[in-house]
Design a binder for this molecule. Structure first.
Ligand code: BES
Ligand code: ZN
Ligand code: ZN
Length: 477
């Protein structure tokens, strides 16, 4: 499907179907009011009525907000894709709502058909925006063009992440992740370095090696870099890339294991962010590090009772092999900080079920020491259409990770506040000078959904991409 802008009045644009957004108030003076009322249409949110004889699809929207335009457009495009029309046109609803409409269309039309033997192919191939406002005013085509091209890059990067996360653990192994990284590096002119187990051993990354030891798919550490000439800032991104999390010897219950292919979503997100940053040609040097590992069982599996020495020299008592993401991140954070001196370090991880207990299934947990920085991210998430909320640290929670045997335990001694204690575990692997420059994102809930909501269909959501681009474009340019 192509999404384009044509600088002509809506009427002059040749398309088979027209899409309109109408508030309950506007319905009262709508030219098709009688027909719509007969059909039971009240212009409420999520209500949609297609008058095929007039070739128009009308969507209810309670108020003109970005959030509602985004999800209403997503809903509309899904319905339009069920019809046999090949083209769809729509007008502008204010410049500030244009990007939300584009996101709704691109994210809402996403389908993942790789494993269907007979995929449904939609007839809809063209979505055309006019530069005309609904009330007849024209918006500046140059400004609209820029919004369109930027939003398309970001939305497509989100779909790129969804495609990676949705692939099975058989197809997307740590080796598979490194092939994706190399391909992206080639097409987007990025630097790419990949470490195999020998490389990890040379770097003394014992924790990451231990997690991957029982898998027939050996781990990979991926480093992608986008380096423009005179960058305004240098940013390090770190992603948890567990291509499968069985829990290891602390094996997950059968029901909790289903969907654990999504445990690579943080790693996929940082690659997607780099894709967008490079295509937008932002003036920021960005490094993405992915710890790609599979957590399995076997005779050589790492065990509860093991003590591991992480890259930064700290020792970790393993009390639960299902708290593996933090072990991988401990080493990758250590490696990333040694290799790149950056202004910020952000990590993305489907780290804890506890994050979903705390914030619900749609919201990313935001954690770190810098209050201002966290607030900036909350604002960026709101602006981008992602949900995020701060989970606060305190010094008492930090003590729950004490180990009698090693420097730190990989699980908390109390059952509550698990998302925060996981982040406080990671804090042990953040260098002193980076403490205020670090933010951790727990995307355990937001990265994947088994029931559609907002702009998301079944499966991966691409969490992290939109809010990160929003933060970078408003704070590093
Ligand atoms: N990958 C999981 C976290 C997770 C759970 C992500 C559900 C998405 C949905 C993580 O590795 C894990 O298993 N965490 C444990 C930690 C516990 C053993 C301290 C958890 O959340 O139960
Ligand atoms: Zn786990
Ligand atoms: Zn995990």
């Amino acid at each position: 499907m192509t999404v384009k802008l044509i600088n002509q009045p809506l009427k002059a644009i040749d398309a088979q179907l027209s899409l309109e957004f109408v508030t309950p108030h506007q319905l009262l003076s709508h030219p098709h009011k009688e027909l719509l009322l007969q059909a039971g249409f009240k212009a409420e949110d999520e209500q949609l009525c297609t008058l095929h004889e007039h070739r128009v699809m009308i969507c209810g929207i309670n108020e003109f907000s970005n959030e509602l335009f985004r999800s209403t457009a997503a809903n509309a495009i899904k319905t339009a894709m069920e019809y046999t029309y090949t083209s769809l046109k729509l007008a502008q609803y204010g410049q500030i709502h244009f990007s939300s409409l584009i996101e709704g269309v691109v994210l809402g039309s996403y389908t993942f058909n790789t494993y269907k033997s007979e995929p449904k192919i939609s007839s809809l191939v063209d979505v055309i925006f006019s530069n005309e406002e609904r009330d007849g005013l024209d918006l500046d085509p140059l400004v609209l063009e820029k919004i369109l091209s930027q939003t398309l890059i970001i939305s497509k990067a989100t779909n790129f992440v969804r495609n990676l996360v949705n692939q099975t653990p058989y197809d997307m192994t740590p080796q598979g992740m490194s092939v994706v990284a190399q391909t992206l590096a080639k097409s987007n002119k990025l630097e790419c370095t990949i470490l195999d187990v020998n490389g990890l051993q040379d770097e003394k990354m014992e924790a990451m090696i231990a997690v991957g030891r029982a898998s027939i798919n050996p781990p990979r550490l991926i480093h992608l870099a986008y380096k423009p000439k005179n960058p305004k800032k240098i940013i390090t991104l770190v992603g948890k890339g567990l291509t499968y999390d069985s829990g290891g010897l602390s094996l997950k219950a059968a029901a909790s294991m289903v969907t654990m292919k999504m445990d690579k979503a943080g790693g996929c997100a940082v690659m997607g962010i780099l894709k967008a940053v490079s295509e937008l040609q932002l003036d920021i040097e960005v490094h993405a590090f992915v710890g790609a590992v599979e957590n399995m069982i076997g005779g050589n599996a790492y065990k509860p009772d093991d003590v591991l020495r992480a890259k930064n020299g700290k020792t970790i008592e393993v009390r639960n092999t299902d708290a593996e993401g933090r072990l991988v991140l401990a080493d990758v954070l250590g490696y990333a900080q040694e290799k790149v001196k950056s202004d910020f370090i952000f990590d993305y991880a489907t780290l804890t079920g506890a994050c979903m207990v705390a914030l619900g299934p749609y919201t990313t947990g935001v954690m770190g020491h810098n209050e201002t920085l966290k607030e900036e991210w909350i604002k960026a998430s709101k602006q981008s259409g992602e949900y995020a909320g701060v989970l606060p640290f305190n010094r008492h929670l930090k003590k729950l990770l004490k180990s009698d045997l090693a420097d730190v335990s990989n699980v908390s001694s109390k059952p509550y506040g698990g998302a925060i204690t996981a982040a406080l575990f990671l804090d042990n692997f953040i260098d002193e000078n980076m403490k205020e420059k670090w933010v951790h994102f727990d995307i355990a809930g937001s990265a994947y959904t088994e029931s559609p909501y907002d702009v998301h269909t079944y499966g991966a959501t691409g969490a992290g991409v939109r809010m990160s681009l929003e933060w970078m474009m408003s704070h590093c340019q």
